[in-house]
Ligand binder design. Structure first.
Ligand code: TYD
Length: 217
């Protein structure tokens, strides 16, 4: 099973991935957590280019191709081999980030992005996408007030851009309700965790008793 996590910066994806990974691992499943852009040596080098403040001249088309190049590398080296072994892959962002940020955010044509994505991934798609939704201002505030402030190139964008990204995510989710689980990122970490467990447990046929207990493990 291939599960991706999407949402604005500061929505809590990392925390939830860590918790879900631990929970599934305790149940004897072979879980691999990764992130985009990055997750491979080459992907991490591409990530450094994408997030570096000095790269102000990076053009939109090149940006898409760099994200897609990192994705191609991650699919081939990490995701596909792990799925082939029967493992579960959790990814912090995947192709839906490209549709939301480069498509809805920057205005590139979704059809082009789909074609590029299918080429990059050899047509692998998540079985489940968990979207942690947050109002734009709240996401930006959370990121700024974090203990380790990491204000990268992608986040220096205008609030209007982030609003388009959020609206884009919601449209993507609406279009494919069977694949997306949309959760309110303002709920407590424990509550969100519980919702995620419920959905994943039912998809994997895990005992519902495992999700009925109250939260910690
Ligand atoms: P990162 O520091 O990993 O942010 P986060 O913790 O929110 O995931 O930075 C990744 C940034 O790259 C983030 O702002 C979203 C953006 N992004 C795209 O614009 N397109 C993409 O295809 C991907 C994967 C990420």
């Amino acid at each position: 099973m291939f599960i991706t996590f999407e949402g604005p910066d500061g929505s809590g994806k990392t925390t939830q991935i860590r918790r879900l990974s631990a929970w599934l691992t305790l149940r004897g499943l072979n879980v691999l957590a990764t992130r985009e852009p990055g997750g491979t040596r080459i992907g991490d080098a591409v990530r450094a280019i994408l997030l570096d403040h000095v790269n102000t001249e990076l053009v939109d088309r090149a940006e898409v191709l760099l994200f897609s190049a990192a994705r191609a590398q991650l699919v081939e080296q990490v995701i596909r081999p792990h799925l082939a072994k029967g493992g579960i892959v959790l990814s912090d962002r995947f192709a839906d980030s490209t549709f939301a940020y480069q498509g809805y955010g920057r205005g590139l044509a979704l059809d082009d992005l789909r074609r590029i994505t299918i080429f990059a991934t050899a047509d692998i798609w998540p079985d489940l996408t968990i979207y942690l939704d947050l109002p734009v201002e709240e996401g930006l505030l959370r990121k700024q007030s974090g203990a380790m402030v990491e204000w990268n190139r992608m986040e220096e964008e205008a609030v209007a851009y982030h609003q388009r990204v959020r609206d884009g995510y919601l449209k993507l989710a609406e279009r494919e309700p069977g694949r997306w689980l949309v959760l309110d990122g303002r709920q407590s970490v424990a509550y969100i965790e519980q919702q995620i467990r419920r959905r994943v447990a039912s998809a994997l046929g895990l005992a519902v008793a495992g999700v009925a207990d109250s939260g910690v493990n």
